[in-house]
Ligand binder design. Structure first.
Ligand SMILES: Nc1ncnc2c1ncn2[C@@H]1O[C@H](COP(=O)(O)OP(=O)(O)OP(=O)(O)O)[C@@H](O)[C@H]1O
Ligand SMILES: [Mg+2]
Length: 364
């Protein structure tokens, strides 16, 4: 049996006072009119997966207006039994996450308990938005697959912050900076190597998904743009050399100009870089293919993630909606929409219909 979420309970969370929802391990529609609480529900599942909302960095926004604390609990069925993630958000005490009743002290402990892939119209813009969004995409996928990567990234960011602080101070000597350069190159080269492998794999799978969605009409290519090097050692040497070369520029701006925090993924159809030159449809379809590939890659390494699709159907024509539904029929999926178009449903496939109205969910 695949990993899947079975039950979500929320109280004093967003526009919900108290609600328990049970999910099917296949397709779940969360439908209802605008502003009823559909996205809030998906957001709660995502929150239990990565410990943060996909919509806001401010946890307090999730607590019901006029309430002091929100509680969210997600039950997850695994091959070995059931896991329970609980999150308390308190206006004064902050956030506390527990896994199977044990409070966690580091966010890394939550990684991999329940993995999700979240997709909303915002994510549809990933191909045309800033490089930071594409890096975030890589990092979230990799963190869910590997705790080692998560700790590596945390370490890199800390060293980077320190180095930038020293650069800004304007008083740091070259020798002192060199110590930080080496640490940055050490962690950075491992990140680059991991990301490069990920993008290579991602490219193959994304191309297949993309070809499926476009009916074989277009061929998509991805390219990882970063510091060169055949292996971690070479990348490290190159990175260290660039840090020394850029030192004056870095000092001048009080900022580190190169490293994995500047990486990007190129998206090409033929010779055209669709990050800048793609049509909206091309960019959207490529983004969707990317997300579907993420599900495949994360899934092939362990548990298949739960696919969270927020308002995605309305952005696609009927043909693509149908193809998407066909593609996801084997994953657990939670999809929000304002109404279910029966034209896209395969009558042989069961689905669950959850109707949301003003912070209350009814099973239809
Ligand atoms: N902290 C909060 N406390 C109470 N209500 C909140 C809170 N945060 C958001 N809301 C309310 O939740 C309502 C539903 O939000 P949600 O984004 O889930 O709607 P939706 O059903 O996805 O609608 P749409 O179809 O427009 O996407 C909003 O009207 C908003 O005012
Ligand atoms: Mg919504």
């Amino acid at each position: 049996m695949l990993m899947h979420v079975t039950e979500l309970t929320v109280s004093d969370y967003r526009n919900y006072s108290r609600q328990t929802v049970r999910f099917s391990d296949k397709i779940n529609f969360v439908e209802g009119r605008n502003a009823q609480g559909k996205t809030n529900l998906i957001e709660a599942v995502y929150l239990c997966s990565v410990g943060k909302s996909a919509r806001t960095p401010r946890d307090k926004e999730l607590i019901g207006h006029d309430k002091d604390r929100a509680y969210i609990r997600l039950m997850v069925s695994k091959s070995y039994g059931e896991d329970k993630v609980e999150i308390v958000l308190d206006r004064t005490a902050g956030k506390q996450i527990s896994v199977n009743g044990m409070p966690i002290s580091r966010m890394g402990e939550l990684m991999g308990v329940v993995s999700t892939v979240f997709f909303s119209p915002d994510e549809m813009r990933i191909v045309k938005e800033a490089p930071a969004d594409r890096r975030r995409f890589m990092d979230i996928a990799l963190c869910q697959m590997s705790r080692t990567y998560f700790y590596l990234l945390t370490r890199y960011n800390k060293v980077l912050m320190q180095r930038n602080r020293l650069l800004k101070s304007g008083t740091v000597t070259d020798d002192a900076l060199y110590v930080w350069d080496m640490q940055l190159a050490e962690a950075g080269s491992k990140i680059i190597k991991t990301r490069r492998g990920f993008v290579e794999n991602l490219c193959k799978v994304t191309r297949e998904c993309h070809s499926y969605l476009t009916d074989g009409k277009e061929t998509l290519d991805l390219g990882y743009e970063s510091i060169d090097g055949a292996n971690a050692e070479e990348i490290k040497e190159n990175f260290a050399r660039i840090l020394i070369e850029d030192r004056e520029k870095d000092r001048l701006r009080g900022y580190t100009h190169s490293g994995p925090h500047k990486d990007d993924i190129a998206f090409k159809i033929g010779d055209e870089d669709i990050r800048s030159f793609g049509s909206q449809g091309q960019q959207r379809t490529a983004s969707l293919a990317l997300k579907l590939a993420e599900v495949e890659i994360v899934g092939s390494r362990g548990d298949y993630p739960v696919l969270l699709l927020d308002d995605v159907l309305s952005e696609l024509d009927i043909g693509r909606q149908k193809r998407l539904m066909d593609k996801i029929k084997d994953y657990q999926t939670i999809i929000t929409c304002t109404h279910i178009d029966s034209a896209i449903l395969d009558p042989t496939l069961p689905f669950k219909d959850l109707h949301v109205e003003n912070g209350t969910v009814k099973e239809l």
